[in-house]
Each structure stands twice: as structure tokens, then as C-alpha cells.
Write a protein that binds this ligand. Structure first.
Ligand SMILES: [Zn+2]
Ligand SMILES: [Zn+2]
Length: 281
């Protein structure tokens, strides 16, 4: 699997000189399977540029859009995803079981008046919406396993397995609190165990978390690093960067995470996920 990051900022699109290196667009991650099948996770503001890149790729007319949850920062780019306006695309939208009847409504609603000038009904791409049935979804040669997030209003993370390789995507996941619908920390560890690549929410510093942001649905850098180490991930990327954190703040957070990795005598590769990154899982 090839992973390309189109957006990794949390909560709010954050352009500017302070966020150039890690990027300002919100969640959108491309997972390209070995047979070329395109899977897109979330339609945050990063999906706009992914859409434009797809137009230059005439061989791709079908894609899967997996939605973690319906918070704004994960949907906001959808009305600006050009392939949705074009007849030649087929978009399979999938999400967590409880979203079965609501998934289409989430995407439609943000285009309803008075929020947006163009209604969903104008879109010409073919759409099908469904919840992920049972314990996994098969896409080509890959298996996608959903895992409920610990997050206000719920949501789902995804484990991608293809050819014995494993990419685990857990954003908007608060490890220190079990929100309604969430599973236990041990279950998240099982899901992430031995991942070749793990992206995990690491929005806050411990100080921010202790003073203000506990219960908002996100983890701290140190919580996420400890989690990645406990899971035995080979590579760990911090994800869902806080809009108030500059590139330098994120650099500092990674120094802290790497210190934890050294203290644990691990060889895990630890980095901050950055917009534009391409990684092999
Ligand atoms: Zn988010
Ligand atoms: Zn969220």
C-alpha cells in the first residue's frame, strides 16, 4: 500500500507561514492499493487537491471514500471535490454501522441552503452509500477492519491489511477516556499490534490536555507515543495537529516523542505526519 497525505491538520484548516512544513489542510489520506485501487479516508479540506490530482489521472474513475466521522474538519472539503461533479466517477462511500442511514445525509446536509450554493443533487458522479457490514470490508486484495473511536459523537478508525502489511489509521481517538461506543485501550492495542505504519491522533501537549482539552476527543503526543510503543508499531506518525501548533511546536513534540522511544529502548521510527508525504506501508 502507498499512503499519501493530503491533509493532517486537526479541527480547522490552518494556512500560513507557521504551518508550511506540516501543512494546514484537514484530514484526507489516500491509500493506494497494490492493484492501483484508490481508497480515500475522510474528506477534510485536503481532498480538494486530491480531486484536482485525480483529474490528471484518466485511468481512475472509481474510488472508495471511507469516512471516520461527521465532524466538520473531516467533511468540509467534500463540496470542493471536483470528481463528485463529473459523470465518469463512481464513488463508494462507506462508514461505521450506525451511520448506515445517515451517511448520505451528512454529506448532503453541508451542501443544503443556506450553507452552500450548490446542492448535492447537482453532483453527477455515481454514489453508493453503505455501512461496513460485519467485522471487515474487502476492497481488491485488501481487508479493511473498522474500529470504533473514543470520540464525542463516535466514529471509526481503520486497519488496512494487504499482502501481509498493515496500516492503522486512528485519528480523533482519545486514549485516556472511553467515550460512549468506544472499545478498551487493549482493543486499540490489538488493532494496532505490529503495524508497519500507524497514524494516531496526537493533538495536544500534556499541559494543554490537563488544563483545558480533556474530554474533547483527542490524545496527547506522549499518550500516542506510549500507545504506539505498547502496540509494537514499526513506524508511528503523529496526526491531527492542533491548529494552534506551529511547525516549530510540532518539531518540539516529535523531539519529546523520540525521547520516550529512546527511554523505552525501542527502535520505532517516530515522526509527525506532514501534508504531501508519501509513505509505503
Ligand atoms: Zn478531527
Ligand atoms: Zn472529531
Amino acid at each position: 500500500m502507498k499512503i499519501r497525505v493530503w491533509g493532517c491538520r486537526g479541527s480547522l484548516t490552518t494556512p500560513g507561514r507557521e504551518t508550511i512544513r506540516y501543512g494546514g489542510f484537514t484530514t484526507c489520506v489516500e491509500v493506494r492499493l497494490s492493484d492501483g485501487t484508490l481508497v480515500v479516508v475522510d474528506s477534510g479540506s485536503g481532498i480538494h487537491r486530491l480531486g484536482n490530482a485525480l483529474l490528471a489521472e484518466p485511468g481512475t474513475s472509481q474510488l472508495w471514500l471511507l469516512v471516520t466521522h461527521a465532524h466538520w474538519d473531516h467533511l468540509t472539503g467534500f463540496p470542493f471535490f471536483t470528481p463528485a461533479y463529473l459523470e465518469r466517477y463512481r464513488i463508494h462511500v462507506r462508514s461505521w454501522p450506525e451511520a448506515r442511514d445517515a451517511l448520505r445525509r451528512y454529506l448532503e446536509h453541508q451542501m443544503d441552503p443556506p450553507y452552500f450554493p450548490v446542492e448535492f443533487s447537482v453532483l453527477k458522479a455515481g454514489f453508493d452509500f453503505d455501512a461496513i457490514e460485519g467485522s471487515e470490508l474487502r476492497i481488491g486484495n485488501a481487508t479493511v477492519v473498522p474500529i470504533p473511536l473514543s470520540h464525542p459523537n463516535g466514529g471509526t478508525g481503520f486497519v488496512f491489511i494487504e499482502g501481509g502489511r498493515k496500516f492503522v489509521f486512528l485519528t480523533d481517538n482519545e486514549l485516556a477516556i472511553q467515550h460512549p461506543g468506544a472499545v478498551r485501550r487493549e482493543d486499540y492495542l490489538d488493532a494496532a499490534r505490529g503495524a508497519d505504519l500507524l497514524f494516531h491522533d496526537a493533538q495536544y501537549s500534556d499541559a494543554e490536555y490537563a488544563s483545558r482539552t480533556r474530554g474533547w476527543g483527542h490524545s496527547t503526543y506522549t499518550q500516542a507515543a506510549e500507545f504506539a510503543l505498547d502496540a509494537g508499531a514499526k513506524r508511528f506518525g503523529t496526526f491531527h495537529h492542533d491548529p494552534d501548533h506551529s511547525d516549530r511546536d510540532i518539531d518540539a513534540s516529535i523531539r519529546l516523542c523520540r525521547r520516550i522511544v529512546r527511554q523505552r529502548r525501542s527502535r520505532m521510527d517516530c515522526f509527525a505526519v506532514a501534508e504531501g508525504m508519501t509513505l509505503e506501508a
